[in-house]
Design a protein. Structure first.
Length: 26
């Protein structure tokens, strides 16, 4: 359970990070 939550949280952080980079470059 804890591992699954950690993976989902990490995926959310990565998606937000990529979104921020895209906004910066566009």
């Amino acid at each position: 359970m804890a591992f699954n939550r950690f993976v989902s949280h990490k995926a959310a952080v990565v998606s937000v990070f990529i979104l921020g980079i895209l906004i910066l470059f566009v």
